[in-house]
Design a protein around this ligand. Structure first.
Ligand SMILES: [Zn+2]
Ligand SMILES: [Zn+2]
Length: 461
């Protein structure tokens, strides 16, 4: 599994151009044989394990604001490799812009990541019409540069293995200047309904690790407990004649929750109720099915025996009217709608209609970023401004603790299995969480230097 080490050691530097003490706009520039100015990348271009590599290029969406990586245009034109760890926009949303600025490098990613990124970027362009730094033709151009990698089959000094976070998500081992850098991307150390847990046991000189739930107090309940809690909350709402809205990210939690509900209804533990899929969730479901090879064996087997195919449940429904009156007219319904943090998408329309009624319940199932409407509701907001309407919020607000990310325990046990580390960089977390995880990893890897990089900081390894 391990990549062959290069004998010659060169100066390797990493620049933290996003996801530094924040969640969002993940972007790291690894330069080998240079001081980080990009000056020598031409010299080293095309040589495996050397040159300039970009790890992810995402956007940060907080409230109505957007932030991009602090990557300079000249840096984009001189890249030798681009690596995309997974499809989520906080990792992929800036990639087309990089290619628009003259990047000609191959973009390494798995097939599900390519398929999902295509759909996500199209949706991103549609929602932010005219306000994105690139357009459809830039997306097409960027995706043409895709070089698909499978787990366990390295190429050009890049090795992917399963990260367990969403379908096709990868942990990257990168050869650069004779050093090995391990980039966790977003990881989950527990198996879910659809995915196996992330692979563990690596050897690397440097680790770049996420810290979304990096505080020792961040402890996820077991999948079973979280599932039971969610189902009880749904049943309670249905019993009092209410409807349930579950805001979901297009990719990841949405599909997991859907399979969970289907399973509970199938076994009679949850009342048979129509489950409406609104927005990107249903489109993405098809991609999941097409890429079933990246799902757990058990799911692959169920697809093969057609009467047990979990993708084809009698409970799934697609809204038939533009104003969703068919959904709202239902006596009982569970609605899965994007977007997950209430930044936009069909979920807002449901809030307008169902938010004022205390019989209804909204259940959050994922991380709510600082400054988002989702975070506001979790913090007790009693009204929401949607377009020009101030909507009173009387529905119940609940949180089911599902996560596609490892918690503190998961992150530390992942890191524990890595040998040879001399530098550890903590990213993709609110500052206090990154620092808390750094403290724990420092105790575990006594010979490694711990860094919580600032935005734009460049560090030599
Ligand atoms: Zn992610
Ligand atoms: Zn992320």
């Amino acid at each position: 599994m391990a990549l062959e080490r290069h004998k010659v050691s060169t100066i390797v530097s990493i620049q933290f151009l996003g996801a530094a003490s924040e969640v969002g706009r993940s972007c790291f520039l690894v330069e080998a044989g240079a001081s980080g100015t990009g000056a020598s990348s031409k010299m080293t271009a095309g040589r495996p394990g050397r040159g300039t590599t970009l790890l992810d290029a995402g956007v940060k969406i907080a409230g109505d604001e957007e932030e991009f990586p602090v990557l300079e245009n000249r840096q984009m034109a001189s890249l030798d490799r681009v690596i995309l760890s997974h499809a989520h926009l906080d990792h992929s949303g800036y990639i087309p812009y990089v290619y628009k600025q003259g990047c000609t490098a191959p973009a390494y990613m798995t097939k599900p990541t390519r398929d999902l990124t295509q759909v996500l970027l199209a949706d991103y362009l549609r929602i932010n019409e005219g306000c994105t730094p690139y357009d459809e033709k830039d997306v097409v151009h960027a995706l043409k540069k895709t070089d698909m990698l499978e787990y366990g089959k390295p190429k050009d000094g890049v090795h992917f293995s399963n990260a367990g976070h969403i379908i096709g998500s990868a942990v990257t081992e990168l050869e650069a200047g004779g050093k090995k850098i391990l980039y966790s991307g977003d990881i989950n150390d527990r198996e879910t309904r659809l995915l196996d847990a992330c692979q563990i046991g690596y050897n690397a000189d440097a680790l770049i690790i996420e810290s979304t739930y990096g505080d020792p107090l961040d402890r996820h309940p077991s999948l079973k407990d979280a599932s039971n809690q969610l189902v009880q909350c749904i049943q309670k709402t249905l019993d009092r004649g209410g409807k349930v809205i579950i805001p979901t990210f297009a990719i990841g939690r949405g599909q997991e929750i859907l399979f969970l509900l289907e399973n509970y209804m199938r076994s009679g533990l949850l009342e048979d109720t129509p489950i409406y899929l609104d927005g990107m969730v249903s489109k993405v479901l098809r991609i999941y099915r097409h890429n079933a090879l990246f799902l757990k064996k058990e799911i692959q087997n169920r697809i093969l025996s057609s009467e047990d195919d979990p993708f084809k449940s009698v409970h799934y429904r697609i809204p038939q009217t533009k104003d969703r009156s068919d959904v709202l007219a239902q006596e009982k319904a569970i609605i899965l709608a994007t977007s997950g943090m209430l930044n936009g998408g069909p979920v807002l329309n449901y809030i307008k209609h169902l938010g004022p009624d205390e019989k209804n319940t909204m259940i959050f199932t994922g991380y709510q970023g600082v400054g988002t409407r989702g975070r506001q509701l979790l913090e007790g907001a009693k009204e929401l401004q949607l377009d020009d309407t101030l909507v009173p919020i009387n529905m119940q607000i609940q949180e089911a603790k599902f996560s596609g990310h490892a918690d503190f325990q998961g992150l530390t046990s992942f890191a524990k299995t890595i040998s040879g580390l001399k530098d550890i960089f903590i990213v993709h977390g609110e500052k206090a969480k990154s620092e808390a995880l750094g403290k724990a990893l420092g105790k575990m890897h006594k010979n490694a230097e711990i860094h919580v990089p600032a935005l734009g900081e460049e560090i030599r390894i």
